[in-house]
Structures are given as structure tokens and as C-alpha cells.
Design a binder for this molecule. Structure first.
Ligand code: HEM
Length: 205
């Protein structure tokens, strides 16, 4: 896989990931079809895209291992950063459009409404990941970089719980996302157990 080809794939991924945002802007601007509750619609689209992207980011490693397509790893950072941007826009929509920068009521929400608390912690966990996503940070942190970036799993778990807790009547979607996340975590745990066993076997022989 040449650098050029990977660059091309990254550009395609970037464009594909921008579609939900551009579609939202088009609906908000020219077409005016954001429904009876536009702010809710924006919140939901951005929230759903964030969750899609965090799960897609987590699928990359199993996909790479199962298919042997090493270049897939090169997409992880782009996907992760796009996810972070969507989460920030999602949170800003809530802060600015939904709550009108009412800091006191925002503070009450973050401290007293469990689904907002979980969403907030998930967002906070993503901050160090986004800040250390550069090649230089990866070099500087060495082995600690991989450990730090395991926080993505916790951020995803909290994101899915946030989705589950805010659901009102139909919880089929949050359940679907929970199952996908459980499968991804299961794959990770299985790989970890296998590598531990392999190390143990090598030690025994
Ligand atoms: C400070 C952080 C966050 C705040 C303030 C926030 C706030 C909200 C609010 C107010 C809703 C709508 C609830 C309703 O309709 O009653 C929502 C929905 C949602 N949020 Fe968040 N959120 C945050 C972080 C996150 C994160 C980190 C993720 C994912 C990684 C996420 C994913 C979602 C999803 C998937 C929905 C539901 C969308 C749907 O029903 O289609 N949120 N959030």
C-alpha cells in the first residue's frame, strides 16, 4: 500500500464522515426540514454519528487482524479525530442551542442527570486521546501511548450507556449498539487471553 493510496482512502473516509454534517447543514439552511424540534434533530444526528464513528474506530483492529489488511490501521486516527469533532459539536449543540449557555442549569444536568454525566465523562476521556493523536506524541509517550489509548473502550462504553439511558420508549437501537460494543470488547478480551496463554506456554517450555 503506497502512501498516496492511503492518503486517497483517508480523503474518501473524511468525505464520507462529513456527509451527516453536510446533510444536517443543508437541511437546516436551504431546505428547512429539520422537523418540529430542530435542536433535538441536530443533537440526535450528531450523537448518533459520534457513536457510529467510535464503534467504527474500534472495529479497525479486529478487521486488520482477521483480514491481514495492515493499512486499515492508518485510518484509525482520522476516524477517531472525526468522532471527537462530532462529539464536541454534539455537546456544543446542547450547551448553546438547547440550554442557551445557562451554566447553572448545565452544571445541574452534568451532576444530577446520569445520562448527561456519562456523556460528559465520555467526552472528557476523549480529550487526552485527541491531544495525543499526533506522531510526535506517540513517539514521546512510547509504550504508555497504547495504554492511554485504551481509554477509547471506556469512552465507548460510557457513550453507549449514555445512549441507553436517554432512550425513552423504543430501546432497540441502543440495544443494537450495546451488542456491537460487547462483541468488540469480547474480541479484545479473547485476543488478550490468547496472548497471555501463549506467553505462559513459552515460559513453561
Ligand atoms: C458533554 C457531553 C454530552 C452531552 C451534554 C450530551 C447530550 C445529549 C442530549 C441532550 C441528548 C438528547 C437526549 C434526548 O433526546 O432527550 C443526547 C443524545 C445522544 N447522545 Fe449525547 N451528549 C454528550 C456526549 C455524548 C457522547 C460522548 C456520545 C457518543 C460517543 C453521545 C451520543 C449520543 C447519542 C447516540 C444520542 C442519541 C441519539 C438518538 O437518539 O438518535 N453523546 N446527548
Amino acid at each position: 500500500m503506497t502512501r498516496r493510496f492511503l492518503g486517497f482512502i483517508k480523503a474518501l473516509v473524511l468525505l464520507a464522515c462529513l456527509i451527516p454534517l453536510l446533510h444536517l447543514l443543508a437541511r437546516a439552511n436551504g431546505l428547512g426540514d429539520l422537523g418540529a424540534n430542530p435542536v433535538q434533530e441536530i443533537l440526535h444526528t450528531l450523537g448518533k454519528t459520534s457513536l457510529n464513528l467510535i464503534l467504527i474506530t474500534l472495529i479497525i483492529t479486529p478487521l486488520r487482524k482477521e483480514t491481514g489488511l495492515v493499512w486499515l490501521v492508518g485510518l484509525r486516527r482520522t476516524l477517531g479525530l472525526l468522532c471527537f469533532c462530532y462529539v464536541v459539536f454534539h455537546a456544543l449543540t446542547y450547551i448553546a442551542l438547547d440550554q442557551g449557555f445557562a451554566w447553572n442549569s448545565l452544571f445541574v444536568d452534568v451532576t444530577q442527570r446520569p445520562y448527561i454525566t456519562l456523556g460528559f465523562i465520555s467526552l472528557l476521556l476523549m480529550v487526552p486521546l485527541a491531544l495525543t493523536s499526533t506522531n510526535s506524541a506517540q513517539r514521546r509517550l512510547g509504550r504508555r501511548w497504547a495504554k492511554l489509548h485504551r481509554l477509547i473502550y471506556l469512552a465507548a462504553i460510557l457513550g453507549v450507556l449514555h445512549f441507553l439511558l436517554q432512550a425513552k420508549i423504543d430501546i432497540s437501537d441502543p440495544i443494537f449498539y450495546s451488542v456491537v460494543l460487547l462483541l468488540l470488547l469480547g474480541y479484545r478480551i479473547n485476543t488478550w487471553l490468547k496472548s497471555r496463554q501463549a506467553i505462559k506456554n513459552r515460559g513453561d517450555s
